[in-house]
Design a protein around this ligand. Structure first.
Ligand code: PLP
Length: 387
């Protein structure tokens, strides 16, 4: 069969899909990796020990299908029941499962092309459209629109304020751009790539008015002043998403979880793979939860480094947005952000640049060790000195 013939075997939706583009994972050594918000510190020695101890004949067995041990530990941590928790192959998997469990795909290609603003449609059409709408604030996690495209749903991207703060309910109502009936709304809190933290009071207000499922994506919450876990236990339609990737230095193991009402959690269990979380990942995450002292120390160090680095960048005339995460979003001086991206790459430093209009003038820089950030500052001084 020729190439065109093969192409015809692929669903049109998949043929047209623009997949999520992860940050570069370099194949060469010696690059300073400040581009994917990984934690610069290794997992607790107890985690390494537990994983090593589990590498034996058990590898031939399937892992616990619902990560029961880990869910029990998480339930204790969040003072809820194991039924309130589902564990996933990274929180990304759970975000995808939420689209499958809660959002109707738009029935036809024509539907897929329909207006992004449901308020332009008449009321009953709008209601139908809300059932297949995935809503998210923009800029935020660039995976959400991709998940929507994969599932063939309508997207409603609601703009954050120009300083990336959350619009109030009054502002959302006046702008008529938020669909309070959207089947699924993702809210990244603290926000990425902006870094801004949102108050639980503001999130509470939003959740109160939303009629569909709301996922509060708290991937970076351990670096923030506040968390909104209480909302997942207060509102039946609210789920909180967490990950072991960032704060717990376990990107490699792929473990994330959702907390929420047993009925929604049960629906997610129905659509997941039978053994969705690998056994070593379950063991690593459990061991991580058993060593909070180690991680609290790391969180503190990262926050200290973030504040010092932000101050040093500001001295070099970078505009630095306030961050409650393990990264900063910054508008660099003198050259365009994309030029900086290349100049830094030439000096073996990787950072992240996004082409979206609201953030294309910024760089997202992950907080590494103090030594790594000093290397960045030195490179930035050299780039500015050579200008
Ligand atoms: C906002 C946000 N949510 C979720 C994730 C995914 O985390 P995980 O590694 O658990 O899939 C990321 C990863 O970068 C993220 O930035």
């Amino acid at each position: 069969m020729n190439k065109t013939g093969l192409n015809n075997l692929i669903r049109p939706l998949v043929r047209e899909l623009h997949p999520y583009v992860p940050g570069e994972q370099p194949k060469v050594k010696g690059l300073l990796k400040l581009n994917t918000n990984e934690n610069p510190y290794p997992p607790s020695p107890k985690v390494i020990q537990a994983v090593k101890a589990a590498v034996d004949g058990r590898l031939r067995l399937y892992p616990n299908p619902s990560a029961e041990g880990l869910r029990a530990r998480l339930a204790k941590l969040h003072r809820c029941k194991t039924d309130n928790i589902i564990v996933g192959n990274g929180s990304d998997e759970l975000l995808a499962l939420a689209t499958r469990a809660f959002v109707e795909p738009a029935a036809t290609a024509a539907n897929r092309r329909q207006s992004r603003s449901v308020y332009r449609l008449n009321r009953s059409a709008a209601r139908l459209s809300s059932a297949s709408t995935i809503q998210y604030f923009t800029p935020s996690y660039s995976l959400y629109p991709v998940l929507s495209s994969i599932h063939g749903t309508t997207q409603n991207a609601v703009h954050l304020n120009p300083d990336f703060s959350l619009p109030s309910i009054g502002e959302l109502r006046r702008a008529k751009l938020c669909d309070f009936r959207a089947a699924l709304t993702f809210i990244t809190t603290p926000n990425a790539p902006g870094g801004r933290g949102y108050s639980t009071a503001a999130l509470n207000e939003l959740c109160h008015w939303m009629r569909g499922v709301v996922v509060l994506d708290e991937a970076y919450v351990d670096f923030a002043g506040e968390d909104a876990m209480e909302l997942a236990l207060k509102y039946p339609h609210v789920l909180v998403s967490r990950t072991f990737s960032k704060a717990y230095s376990l990107c490699f193991q792929r473990v994330g979880y959702f907390v929420g009402h047993p009925e929604l959690i049960g629906a997610l269990h129905k659509v997941r793979d039978s053994y969705n979380v690998n056994g070593l990942g379950q063991i690593a995450a459990e061991a991580a939860l058993a060593d909070p002292t180690y991680y609290q120390r790391n969180f503190k160090t990262i926050l200290g480094t973030r504040d010092q680095f932000s101050a040093e960048l500001a001295q070099l005339d970078f505009e630095v947005l306030p961050s409650q995460t393990n990264f900063v979003l910054t508008r660099p001086p003198k050259f365009d952000a994309q030029v900086w991206l290349k100049k830094l790459r030439d000096r073996k430093i990787l950072v992240r640049w996004f082409s979206a209009l609201e953030v294309r003038n910024y760089l997202r820089i992950t907080i590494g060790t103090p030594e790594e950030m000093a290397r960045f500052v030195k490179a930035a001084e050299a780039i500015l000195g050579a200008a």
